[in-house]
Design a binder for this molecule. Structure first.
Ligand SMILES: [Zn+2]
Ligand SMILES: [Zn+2]
Length: 663
């Protein structure tokens, strides 16, 4: 196996003479296995040079596995400059946990909107396959990969790669789960279950590439930023029996001299402990060669499935203790995932409340009415309802509490002031580990079944008929980029869009993705497939933070049977849509109209001093209404001839448009 470093810096590129030795490009590591499997871990700015090197290689076609730890900028900002992404013979399998605000694909395409970059993700010519990951194990080519959540300000995964008896662990952007100062190290204690899991993940690695952004003396002021002090890293690596430690994700404020001295000090510390572990600092261009053992047929058996991402949303979380301010702060931190935070009902103990409310996770906040979180945690653990429940204890400070005892009962401890995105990531990880699935429970928006933004078929219906149409409804909160359903899937039900907006996307016969419509709040979608039982004709994607009610198909049909008025309204909706479709088919089949628009456009852009025509001006000149013109433009746009840019219509391919008119 060969491991090469192309980007080693954390947070932001830091070029210049003071960082020339260890490098200024952000995170990017290449791993090549002897069997030809090629992996790239993270896509910071170092990916540009790597991409150029890969493109210069003669061997084709290229198949790369891109393992993204998380979608913070310093780990994806090199992707738009990664040459293989533009190579039509290249296949890129891209893996990552989804970010806090959307999907992996959404995060990558977000930084490639025209505001930031001239090429869109959908214009890339390589074949891109996106894989959203949770914790688990899978194979990329011949390399076995294990994943585990790190402790960071976003859901971030560490990767443990094994092939031919060689193991490399990549754990970038991670900080200790527990930090009662530096003294605890001498005690040999490692009380926090999160740190224990982390240690097990590093166990026996031949090479450990680990976040080492800070020093012990810098860390207290930067706690909650999601990065490790070097001293914690060396301690963990020695304990885990790592052979070679590579300090990574260098702080932008650390120059070459400081990094060299940090590394020497780390070596001395390790030697003083009697360990033979080698420690080096990652440097751009550094290459490690790790001899693989011959792979036997037995080892090649592929058992593990790809761990699907099971990011849980909309769980019920019980909050016991703390003040009203604590509850508000927790709500603000966790509500973006759609979680519903339930305060402890008056007069009920924690165990009784869990039995009644059945939360997916319990937050015990020290203070307020909860004087002893240890007692509450122990009681809950001893009960049937709380034995396996994730318990997160929120402490005022790291002060003299019985931490080891507390951690024996609780799942996680966080200290105030906590970092909200870090707490959110940790709660996601614990829920996922406990099998709480995405959209498992109903989200409460506090306005469930309110009428204001319900679709037109609900207008003025008597309450009983309205309720019938909402029977079995599940309210889901969606982040931008979340997919409601995909093109080709069998029909499952109807969506009422209450808040936000949903994009309707379909694939043209040539594979091109087309945005058919953006449906605002108050729209209904999915009823056609429920009525005719045909597969979905389009993919539905949340365009912003969106709240939808999902009603299963059978319940929707039963609701219609209860309400002739709703049936009539639905017929009206369908009739107007049918009419619009007729007009659209008419416009598309009359090549005549497309040709007229094309001629008018050519006339406009080739005449002297002419400006880009607006869609309205073009419609007036051709003598059609605006929707009709827009449908025609879609046809021309699909052919790559024109591009609509706000109100303006631009010619994207003048030669092509000329040929279109002449032929
Ligand atoms: Zn980073
Ligand atoms: Zn990060």
């Amino acid at each position: 196996m060969r491991v090469k470093f192309w980007g080693t810096r954390g947070s932001v590129p830091t070029p210049g003479p003071r960082t020339a030795r260890f490098g200024g490009n952000t995170a990017c590591v290449e791993v090549a296995a002897d069997d030809g499997t090629r992996l790239v871990i993270d896509c910071g700015t170092g990916a540009r040079e790597l991409g150029a090197a890969l493109s210069a290689e003669a061997s084709r076609p290229l198949h790369l596995h891109l393992l993204i730890g998380h979608t913070h900028w310093d780990h994806i900002q090199g992707f738009p400059f990664f040459a293989p992404a533009y190579d039509p013979t290249c296949t890129l399998d891209i893996y990552s946990p989804p970010g806090l605000e959307g999907t992996l694909e959404g995060s990558l395409s977000g930084q490639m909107q025209y505001t930031y970059f001239p090429v869109r993700l959908t214009d890339l010519r390589a074949r891109l396959e996106f894989h959203e990951l949770g914790e688990g194990a899978f194979y990329a080519g011949g390399v076995h990969i294990q994943t585990q959540y790190l402790n960071h300000t976003a859901p971030a995964l560490g990767y443990r790669l094994t092939v031919g008896g060689v193991t490399v662990v990549y754990a970038s952007d991670h900080e200790p789960f527990w930090w009662p100062g530096t003294r605890y190290r001498s005690t040999g204690l490692l009380p926090h279950p999160g740190d224990q899991r982390h240690l097990a993940f590093l166990e026996g690695a031949d090479v450990l590439i680990h976040d080492a952004q800070f020093l012990d003396r810098e860390y207290p002021a930067r706690r909650g930023w999601g990065h490790s002090p070097v001293e914690y890293v060396t301690e963990m690596a020695v304990r885990a029996g790592v052979r070679q430690l590579v300090l990574f994700h260098h702080d932008p404020a650390h120059d070459d001299r400081l990094i060299a001295s940090i590394t020497r000090a780390a070596s001395r510390r390790i030697a003083a402990q009697g360990s033979s572990m080698e420690v080096i600092a990652a440097a751009e261009g550094l290459e490690l060669r790790l001899p693989e053992q011959p792979v036997t047929a037995f080892m090649l058996q592929r058992g593990a499935e790809q761990p699907c991402c099971d990011t849980p949303y909309s769980a019920r979380l019980l909050v016991a203790g703390g003040t009203a301010d604590d509850l508000t702060a927790l709500r603000e931190a966790l509500a973006p995932d759609g979680h519903r935070l339930l305060p402890l009902p008056p007069g009920l103990g924690v165990v009784a409340a869990v039995a009644r409310l059945r939360p997916a996770l319990v937050l015990l906040v020290a203070g307020g009415k909860l004087h002893d979180p240890l007692h509450a945690a122990a009681e809950l653990r001893a009960s049937a309802v709380g034995a396996k429940l994730p318990i997160v204890v929120v402490l005022r400070d790291d002060g003299p509490v019985r931490v080891a005892e507390l951690l024996a009962e609780a799942t996680d401890i966080v200290t105030q002031p906590y970092s909200a995105p870090m707490l959110r990531s940790r709660v996601r990880a614990w829920l996922a580990r406990c099998g709480v699935r995405r959209r498992a429970a109903r989200a409460s928006t506090g306005r469930r079944h309110s009428e204001q933004r319900l679709p037109a078929i609900f207008a003025d219906l008597p309450p009983r008929e309205r309720a019938a149409l909402l029977r079995d409804a599940t309210t889901c909160q969606l982040q931008p980029g979340d997919v409601l359903c995909r093109e080709g899937e069998p029909p499952t039900g109807v969506y009422y869009i209450r808040e936000g907006a949903v994009q309707v996307v379909a694939h043209a016969p040539d594979g091109q993705e087309m945005l058919l419509a953006t449906l605002p709040a108050g729209s209904m979608v999915g009823e056609l497939a429920v009525l005719d039982q045909e597969p979905r004709t389009a993919t539905l994607v949340a365009a912003t933070r969106t709240v939808v009610d999902f009603v299963p198909g059978e319940a929707f049909l039963a609701g219609l049977q209860r309400s002739p008025r709703a049936c009539l309204r639905l017929l009206r909706v369908l009739a107007s849509r049918l009419r619009a479709t007729d007009r659209r088919v008419g416009a598309l089949t009359s090549g005549d109209l497309a040709e007229r628009v094309a001629r008018q456009l050519l006339r406009a852009v080739t005449s002297d001093g002419a400006e880009q025509p607006t869609a309205a001006a073009l419609a007036a000149a051709v003598g059609v209404d605006l929707p009709q013109l827009e449908r025609t433009l879609m046809l021309l746009e699909a052919g790559g001839f024109v591009r609509t840019d706000g109100q303006c219509v631009r010619v994207a391919d003048l030669d092509g448009l000329l040929r279109f008119v002449l032929e």
